[in-house]
Write a protein that binds this ligand. Sequence first.
Ligand code: ACO
Ligand code: V55
Length: 279
Amino acid sequence: MPPDFPVNHSRPHVKVAVDRGIAWIRMDRPEKRNAMNPTMNRSMIEVLDALELDERCSVVVLTGTGESFSAGMDIKEYFRDTDHLPPLARNRVYRAAADWQWRRLRLYPKPTIAMVNGWCLGGGFTPMIACDIAISASDAKFSLSEINWGIIPAGNVAKALATVMNSRAALYYIMTGEMFDGRKAAEFGLVNEAVPRDVLETRTHEIALTLAGKNAITLRQAKISFKNVQDMDWETADDYLRAKQEEGRALDSERGREKGMREFLDEKVLKPGLGTSKS
Ligand code: ACO
Ligand code: V55
């Protein structure tokens, strides 16, 4: 039988390489610092939809080609060139950005890691924060540069910031537009870790492999439920989490929970607290 999916998911301005379970997605417009234009946005929607169903992919890494993660929205093609469009047509262009930057990414059924390899500006924050985990080069440069050219952090940048970043720091950088580096980003909770550039890929790969080794259904239930409970009251959250746990059990053909109990309680080959299994 022919494969269900093309071996190469790459699209205009988006390069994809799938290697041993990990899909490396690169925003690929290095000559424009990987600024996100309408073409890249449409490509990303297709790429994420394809990888969602591709069984060769169990973890997604989002990064950029060359010296940049992304310089944000393309100020020419995304903003200026769409200003003359009728409101509904312009909304459609804006919606395509949102459709991948947070609508698809935030609750993506597979684990996602943002690997911040350089410039992360303005609209670049949204997909970076929407990923489950973010690892940055220590010398990567971040800026909420919107204020420096007369707009506010829209495109859900401000909302995304409010979910991860220290509030005082967020407002300071929203209002000053000052640049900061990966080390600072880790201090503020904007990224998990900042590591020297020469080990950025190795460290990201290591985390990706750890995630690839977990039960995929449980991982999905865990990330989705964590993100959804943030906006719930305690009673609703408790009921919802129980329901997500039960849903996960019903979906899990590997029966991970039963296996875990057997290995810990009966066979004594697993210590969940140490993360190790002898089997
Ligand atoms: N939109 C459109 N074009 C861009 C963008 C962008 N966001 N970022 C960079 N480019 C283009 C430049 O216009 C330039 O194009 P050209 O070679 O055709 O003239 C090319 O990318 C290279 O950029 P330079 O400015 O020459 O590179 P430099 O290394 O000196 O500076 C930097 C890089 C700091 C990223 C600078 O380009 C910059 O400030 N860009 C704007 C970044 C920004 O404010 N983004 C957020 C927008 S707000 C939002 O996303 C909602
Ligand atoms: C931004 C603004 C947008 C958008 C994405 O932060 C990012 C800037 C006004 O629309 O769609």
